[in-house]
Write a new protein. Sequence first.
Length: 432
Amino acid sequence: MLRNSFACLVFITFILSALTGCLKVEHPSPDAKSYAEPQAAEVVKTPPQTKEPAGDVIPDTGLTEEEIAAGWIALFDGHSLFGWKPNNDVNWHVDEGVIKADKGEPGLLLTTSPFADYELKFEFKLTPETNSGIFLRTTFNPTDPSKDCYELNLCDQKTEFPTGSLVARSKIDKPLPVSSEWQTCEVNLEGSNIKAIINGKEVLNFNDTSKNLRKTGFIGLQKNEGAIEFRNIYLKPLRMSTIFNGVDLAGWNVVPGSQSTFEVVDGTIHVTAEKQGYLETEEIWGDFLFQATAKSNGDSLNSGYFFRAIKGSEKGMANGYEVQIHNGIKEGDRTKPENAGTGAIFRRTEARRVVANDHEWFTTTLSASGPHIAVWINGYQVTDWTDTRKPDENPRKGLRLEAGHISLQGHDPTTDLNFKDLKVSTLPADSP
């Protein structure tokens, strides 16, 4: 009897295993895993990499001057995975300006910064075996696409949710033609509305009226089945509120004790100084996106944007985090910034490359989300930093998550800068 029972159990287990293997289930990425150590029998190959540009070069993001001025940033720099983080051991790598993956369990490559309302455009390439997607407003380890993210599916043949659908939320009416060529995708997320245009044709217009509306989250590239490739990934923040009206300094105050002059000249804030001084917003922000355009009217001048700052006084004019402005470089090498470099978080981390020039307008984009801070200069990400210090009310001494003021700095007698197009959007609290 025991032998017969055991034989029946083995047979039933075999049948269940076979049936399970035949099922095709749409699912987001599993929980993060530690990076797997190679087994003795495995041959580990290093994926090809695109070389970092030479030290004297400003990398070409592919953005035009008009796009940079309009607020577009490059999420992918074309040569590295700076600003991205995988949630498992998929072989994400860069090859000739393309992000690729074709090995590993289903997983995501995610931006280290979260975003809420934005326009996103990118290019992707599928194979007949590919099941992939781009995850919008996602958690780091999504488990349910109806709650944890918006999964825009990229899969021509292997699913009930064809390319352009939102998995478990909205299926497009008519599948797109199957293609193994590069395809373009534009996505617009604004509040509860999500639109998608693929190869110039609108395929999705979805309004989330459910209790599972997601307000913010990361952007994730998915490797599920087969090979997937992405390139030219750009984002423009939406719902940015202007905090300088171009006419006067309404909404701003000069910090007591300042020895700098702040004037409105030709629709810009012009800053000169005898000694240090600060122009501070009346409003405060905690988690937010900030964009501003500046011009340094001299060589290697020193200034900055302060944020999450304690209200300034004569005893403490600028107790906040500082996004540095200083375009000086050493030995003609832009990877060797003087004085931390434009886009650095001063006294905390250096910019990885100086990409702005003195006497030219340049745009700064700052993302502050919890302890994580990222900075783009002219659309190129130069800083990706997490504050791991112990909490302190003063960001000069430790981690500050509380909301604070934004201020502009006058530094010394050489100070001569102009600022314009200052905008902020609050990053909403994470969805339940």
